[in-house]
Design a binder for this molecule. Structure first.
Ligand code: HEC
Ligand code: HEC
Length: 412
């Protein structure tokens, strides 16, 4: 896209250096950019559900790495946030991280710097000592005052503001350069193919995909383009991920707004917030290789099929106990689920990553409307394929081809 080069403020220039600096970690090998790779829309560079960090880079996280793009306009968390669509009732919304526990990008930046399983600094003074020894220490002084390093607490605060300024100012965090953006602004090259246009309908249609009701697709706040999230929280019953070491303890549950990382909502029976996670933006979602807060799914196809058949075919998403595995699944038993073994008898452990007392918090709006097992799911094969085509138009860096193809996937 042709636009004037943006001059970053001094603070943002410091933030840019910090973001890529592995010397700011206890291992000396991990920067923000290690997990938030600029080449992957500032999301994870690999398909791991959770990343390894800490002093020896051997301590696993408990959540998937989100993309840092389009975090603009995220309001601080509130239990009753007005929904940007102006129609839905106020509900939990806003904030950074999957559970909204950081109110600003600056607050958020302190968490990875100090988390023992991420950059693992022992405290703010440890980070400041590293900054003082950094090749950009002079730039830090120019931005924040010649004597800034004599006050470690103030210097740490400035460091967090620098990371925030970088994420806010650098256009790479909000390029709005997807095919969808060309389409929405009615620009040349922004014509959706018939398949993509049908996919957009499925995305918005309350009777099929209904994705827009949580991953808002209209004009965003403050006159911005659509952000593809309404910042709201829901519990959608994502299956437990055995690839996360913390889940080896059957008593461990990540219940989002009720902890364990967030600590201000009690994880107690009757608390309707427990089990809820933030609906993330779907911009650049096609670049991801692990999906949902626990990274349990590994393709967009799998995610869409989960939405479609969570209720109608729970046996392919959740484990079965007490049944007899069939040596060979029946013809037609799908291979795209998380469970590919078919059982005779036994019971499906539906919503197996939810403590029993919170199962009632799980959302039952379309497309996961609680319909009976083995009834017809809301989306057809064609609708799911079209929806995938549409989601692919949300990837930044789109270059309209000189000769648009007339056949192939996502065209007709
Ligand atoms: C070890 C991998 C790792 C490193 C290093 C890391 N992050 Fe993250 N980041 C994550 C994970 C995982 C989450 C989700 C955390 C959660 O939900 O509790 C996250 C969340 C975030 C978010 C919130 C995004 C959202 O969708 O609300 C921001 C902003 C962020 N990180 C910025 C940074 C910055 C700045 C740094 C460097 C100081 C950094 N991260 C270093 C893994 C990492
Ligand atoms: C009821 C609200 C709701 C509806 C409707 C909904 N989503 Fe979501 N979506 C969420 C929430 C909440 C999450 C995070 C859940 C979690 O990780 O536990 C999520 C996560 C996702 C993710 C994972 C993204 C990532 O970065 O890991 C994808 C992809 C996604 N949704 C696509 C869709 C599509 C496509 C539809 C329509 C078929 C849809 N969603 C409908 C609430 C919703």
């Amino acid at each position: 896209m042709l636009s004037a080069p943006v001059r970053l403020s001094l603070a943002a220039q410091v933030g840019e250096k910090m973001f890529a600096d592995p010397a700011l970690s206890a291992s000396g090998k991990m920067a923000c950019a290690t997990c938030h790779d600029p080449k992957a829309a500032f999301g994870p560079p690999n398909d791991l559900a959770v990343q390894l960090g800490g002093k020896d880079l051997n301590l696993a996280g408990t959540r998937a790495v989100p993309s840092l793009r389009y975090k603009d306009y995220t309001p601080p968390y509130a239990d009753l946030l007005d929904n940007p669509d102006g129609i839905s009732a106020p509900g939990p919304g806003g904030g950074f991280a999957w559970d909204g526990r950081a109110a600003t990008l600056a607050d958020q930046a302190a968490m990875p710097l100090l988390a023992p399983n991420e950059m693992a600094n022992s405290g703010p003074a440890d980070v400041v000592a590293k900054l003082q020894a950094a090749p950009y220490a002079e730039l830090f002084r120019s931005a924040f005052g010649g004597a800034i390093f004599t006050q470690p607490d103030a210097a740490f605060g400035k460091a967090l503001q620098a990371l925030q300024a970088f994420q806010r100012e650098d256009p790479r965090f909000h390029p709005y350069s997807s095919k969808f953006d060309l389409y929405a602004a009615n620009k040349i090259g922004g014509t959706l193919t018939p398949a993509e246009a049908r996919g957009l309908k499925v995305f918005a249609d309350a009777k099929t995909g209904n994705c827009a009701s949580c991953h808002y697709q209209g004009a965003g706040l403050n006159g911005s383009s659509a952000l593809f999230t309404d910042f709201s929280y829901e519990a959608i019953g994502v299956p437990r991920n055995a690839a996360i070491p913390a889940n080896a303890d059957p008593a461990y549950f990540d219940v989002g707004l009720c902890g364990p990382l967030r600590t201000d909502h009690p994880s107690a029976p009757g608390n309707t917030l427990c089990g809820m996670f933030k609906a993330p933006t779907l911009r650049n979602v096609a670049l991801r290789k692990s999906f949902f807060h626990n990274g349990v799914m590994h393709s967009l196809e799998q995610v869409i099929r989960f939405y479609n058949t969570r209720d109608t075919m729970p046996e392919i998403w959740y484990p079965t106990v007490g049944g007899t595995p069939k040596a060979k699944p029946d013809a037609g038993f799908p291979a795209y689920g998380l469970v590919t073994t078919q059982y005779t008898g036994g019971s499906v452990q539906k919503f197996n990553d939810e403590p029993r007392q919170f199962v009632g918090n799980i959302d039952t709006q379309m497309p996961m409307d609680g319909r009976a097992a083995h009834s017809t799911p809301p989306m057809s094969e064609r609708e799911m394929a079209d929806l995938t085509c549409f989601l692919n138009t949300l990837t930044d860096g789109y270059q309209p081809p000189a000769n648009p193809p007339t056949s192939g996937p996502c065209i007709q």
